[in-house]
Every structure is written in structure tokens, then in C-alpha cells.
Design a protein around this ligand. Structure first.
Ligand code: E4P
Length: 222
């Protein structure tokens, strides 16, 4: 299983990397813009934070087949483990088909329905990123799309895996985990939500108070 953070905010990623077993980071143009740092600067910092084996998913900016292919080759030439994110539209699907002839790792992104994911998988995408919350917000069934894609992957033994994206609450994360997806990418606030439980904090405080009432400041072996 691979756990990613969906962010380009280095200091928050650094803090969370101390607690979470991160496989890497996913970005898209909006996330990069929010981080405010270009790729040349960002990549070495992410590798310093997450270690040399971490995997970074970087989205192309081009929207023509030729442009996407050229950008993918450039990204693949960088000395990092980069997966090229390509939107699963007509130009993107054509580009994925060409790019996979060069064995470049690809994630088909912005997947809103089963057929997009299915076609991207047939064209060789290594990862599929269904946009769970955005699908829900359109009035469709995000979990249903993820579940159908996972069924097709299993039934046809497709050489691809789901990296589910676009979460707005923890329940959505738990639901896709129960479907057996290979990876998720969490926004920083959702990762934080999963770490914190006020009931645990209250329990720890009570343990401390009970201990100190009898043993003052000694530690457990004191
Ligand atoms: C991930 O890589 C996607 O681009 C991202 O999760 C989309 O999420 P959003 O719906 O929160 O923008």
C-alpha cells in the first residue's frame, strides 16, 4: 500500500513525514501554484525530506498530445522517481498510449467515471486517480466509481492500480481503503484529522494527572 500527501507545502510535509509512512507526494498545477515554488526548487527539497526512494507524481501542463509527450520525456529525464500525471481526456489518452512505448511511469488523472479509467488502463497507465469528492459533488457516486474500477482491475487483472485522490473527509478515505485500493493521496488537513483524537488526548491527560497525584514527577521506573 502507498500513502501520499497531496501537497507542495514543504514544511507541513516535513512535519507529517515524521509521523506517517509516506511513499511520496502528489501534485497538480493548482497544488504547485498554492505551494508557490517551481519544480526545480521543489523536487530536491521533497527528496531531502522524504528520502531518495520516495516517489513524486507531477502533472503535465501541456494539453496537446505532442506537448504532453515532450513534457513527459523531460520529467522522466530528471534524476528523481517521477510518475507523470496526465489528465484522462482525449489528448491525454493519446499521449499515454505513446508515452508507454517509452516505458515512462504514468498516472492517469482527473478521472470522473469508470470508462475514463478503464481506457487509461488499457492504454497502459500505471496508476489511475479517480477524483472521489469531486464526483460526489457532481451528484454522482464517487465510491461506486472507485469500487467499479477496482472490480475491473481485479477481474481483468489489469496492470494498473488505483491511487484515489480528492478527499474531503476521513470517512471517504476509510471507504476506499475497505475496497482494497493500492494507494491514496491525502490533503494535509485530512492527514491531520486522521492523526488527532481529542478522546485520546483527554485519556492521556487523565493518566498523567492520576500518576502525578501519587508519584509526583517520577517516571515509570522511578
Ligand atoms: C491529486 O493529485 C488530485 O489532483 C487532487 O487530489 C484533486 O483534489 P481536489 O478535488 O481536492 O482538488
Amino acid at each position: 500500500f502507498e500513502l501520499y500527501l497531496d501537497s507542495a507545502h514543504c514544511e507541513e510535509i516535513r512535519a507529517l513525514s515524521k509521523v506517517l509512512p509516506l511513499a511520496g507526494v502528489t501534485t497538480n498545477p493548482s497544488i504547485m501554484a498554492a505551494g508557490g515554488v517551481g519544480l526545480t526548487q521543489l523536487l530536491p527539497v521533497l527528496i531531502e525530506i522524504l528520502g531518495p526512494k520516495s516517489r513524486i507524481h507531477v502533472q503535465v501542463i501541456s494539453n496537446t498530445v505532442e506537448g504532453i509527450v515532450a513534457e513527459a520525456r523531460q520529467l522522466h529525464g530528471l534524476p528523481f522517481d517521477i510518475v507523470v500525471k496526465i489528465p484522462a481526456n482525449t489528448a491525454g489518452l493519446a499521449a499515454i498510449k505513446l508515452i508507454k512505448q517509452h516505458d515512462i511511469p504514468v498516472l492517469a488523472t482527473a478521472i470522473y467515471n469508470v470508462q475514463q479509467g478503464w481506457l487509461a488502463a488499457l492504454n497502459g497507465a500505471d496508476y489511475l486517480a479517480p477524483y472521489l469528492n469531486r464526483i460526489d459533488n457532481m451528484g454522482f457516486d464517487g465510491i461506486g466509481v472507485v469500487s467499479d474500477l477496482q472490480d475491473l482491475i481485479d477481474k481483468y487483472q489489469l496492470p494498473t492500480q488505483l491511487l484515489v485522490a480528492s478527499f474531503k473527509n476521513v470517512q471517504q478515505v476509510l471507504q476506499v481503503l475497505k475496497l482494497g485500493v493500492a494507494a491514496v493521496t491525502l490533503p494535509l488537513d485530512i492527514a491531520q484529522q486522521m492523526l488527532n483524537n481529542p478522546a485520546t488526548d483527554a485519556a492521556v491527560l487523565k493518566f498523567e494527572q492520576d500518576w502525578q497525584a501519587v508519584f509526583a514527577d517520577t517516571l515509570s521506573f522511578g
